[in-house]
Design a protein around this ligand. Structure first.
Ligand code: PSV
Ligand code: MN
Length: 426
């Protein structure tokens, strides 16, 4: 099932081929002078993949307003079609991460086949106990897995167990649990008891995990709760993961920390204890802004990958996902740009000469060590990323190809706009 005409991709790639060959050759010579083989780096870029969130292809909003885009996906089938375009053009987003109940259907085996037609698989399944659904007996207004009332906790546990069942049918092997539970007022709840309630409920979900599954615990400092959240930081997340057992790990969403937090150090610590699950990539300036990965602070993204590449000999098995809210851009364009920025940070981090860096660190040659990171970060690896895409049948310039295809305008005709004002994160 092809979303964008192969002829169009082919002719645009052909038009840019000479310039790409020239840029690739120049970069190959520059890297060879540094003792690096461009082909090995291109092979790494080709093997790289990051999951796209199904909720990311819809236009996002804030709690003030949402300004819907044209031709938005109406359901999971449209979302898969859009994710298929992202994969077709970038060749670096081979899986999607669904969210339930938003993506509910009656036949998950059929959904798995449908995704396979776009050459997509399913990554981690995400549960949602931060909203009330229409047919839901007990409200999550005052919490879900950490709720004071055991019946509400049980309802939230059952939803998570249902997500695992759905995920099994989809071929997923992980459950991501993020809760909005917390308080807005000091004294509103007993913070210690809330954490105990959470652990009790999570223990019941953990008991339902298939043996080859992992549970990802996602922390977040604030929002929707503004005084305290139950899993506010990596410390709480790690305590929970260690209490639950070896199948529980900590997921780092880059936007879920206080401004200026040294996230790369958190990454290093979680790797040290063998508890890093993976990432939700996005960028931010002030809070959980959910901006496009690498759009505000690309150096931070690079430094996170510097830790990951450094730890590769430890044999990491991580989940890489995007988690963004596209309020003012076409979500397909933003997701393609983000996937490419994430791959860029990965390839740049792969340029660091680890042996030379370790020697400079051992000799306390501070500036030499720092300059090695800077040199890698300042290297324009775009020709490597483009080569990796084209060799796999993708687009030399995905955003240009997408714009030339008229995909969005065609979808605007096919998917009529939903009328009325709305707000919300997704
Ligand atoms: C919460 O802000 C979060 O990062 C979690 O990953 C949710 O599943 C997602 O956003 C929902 O938009
Ligand atoms: Mn997230």
């Amino acid at each position: 099932m092809s979303g964008i005409s192969l002829d169009l991709i082919g002719s645009l790639n052909h038009a840019g081929a000479a310039a790409q060959a020239e840029d690739y050759g120049a970069l190959a010579r520059q890297l060879a002078r540094r003792g690096q083989d461009i082909e090995a780096l291109t092979a790494r870029a080709m093997a790289w993949s990051v999951a796209v969130p199904t909720w990311g292809v819809g236009t996002g909003g804030t709690r003030f307003a949402r300004f819907p885009g044209e031709g938005e996906p109406r359901h999971i089938h449209d979302k898969l079609a859009d994710c298929g375009v992202i994969q077709q053009l970038t060749r670096g987003t081979r899986t999607v991460s669904p969210h339930f109940p938003w993506d509910k259907v009656s036949d998950y085996n059929a959904l798995r086949q449908e995704a396979a037609q776009y050459e997509l698989g399913f990554d981690s399944v995400n549960s949602n106990t931060f909203q009330d659904q229409l047919d839901q007996p007990l409200s999550y207004k005052f919490g879900s897995l950490a709720h004071a009332n055991k019946m509400t906790r049980t309802q939230a546990v059952e939803h998570n167990l249902e997500c695992i069942e759905i995920g099994r049918a989809l071929g997923s092997r992980a459950l991501t649990v993020w809760i909005g539970d917390g308080t807005n007022f000091p004294g509103q709840q007993n913070m210690a008891r809330m954490f105990e309630n959470y652990l009790e409920a999570m223990g019941r979900i953990y008991a339902g995990l298939p043996t080859d599954w992992t549970m990802y615990i996602e922390h977040k400092m604030y929002e929707p709760a503004f005084y305290s959240t139950v899993i506010s930081d990596w410390g709480s997340s790690l305590i929970a993961a260690q209490t639950l057992g070896p199948q529980a790990k900590c997921l780092v969403d880059l936007g879920h920390h206080a401004p200026n937090t040294n996230i790369e150090q958190i990454v290093a610590r979680l790797i040290h204890v063998g508890k890093l699950a993976g990432f939700h990539f996005n960028d931010s300036k002030y809070g959980d802004d959910d901006l496009d990965a690498g759009s505000v602070d690309p150096f931070r993204l690079f430094l996170v990958f510097n830790e990951l590449v450094d730890a590769e000999p430890k044999g990491l098995d991580l989940a890489y996902m995007i988690d963004q809210s596209h309020n003012v851009t076409d979500p397909i364009e933003s997701l393609m740009a983000s996937a490419m920025e994430i791959a860029r940070a990965y390839v740049q981090a792969s340029l660091v000469d680890r042996k030379a860096l370790a020697e400079a660190q051992a000799a306390n040659d501070v500036l030499a060590a720092h300059r090695m990171l800077k040199q890698a970060y300042l290297t324009d690896v775009s020709p490597i990323l483009a080569e990796a895409r084209v060799r796999q049948g993708g687009a030399l310039d995905p955003i240009a190809a997408y714009r030339a295809s008229g995909y969005r305008a065609a979808k605007a005709k096919e998917r009529p706009a939903v009328k009325g004002a709305s707000s919300g994160i997704v």
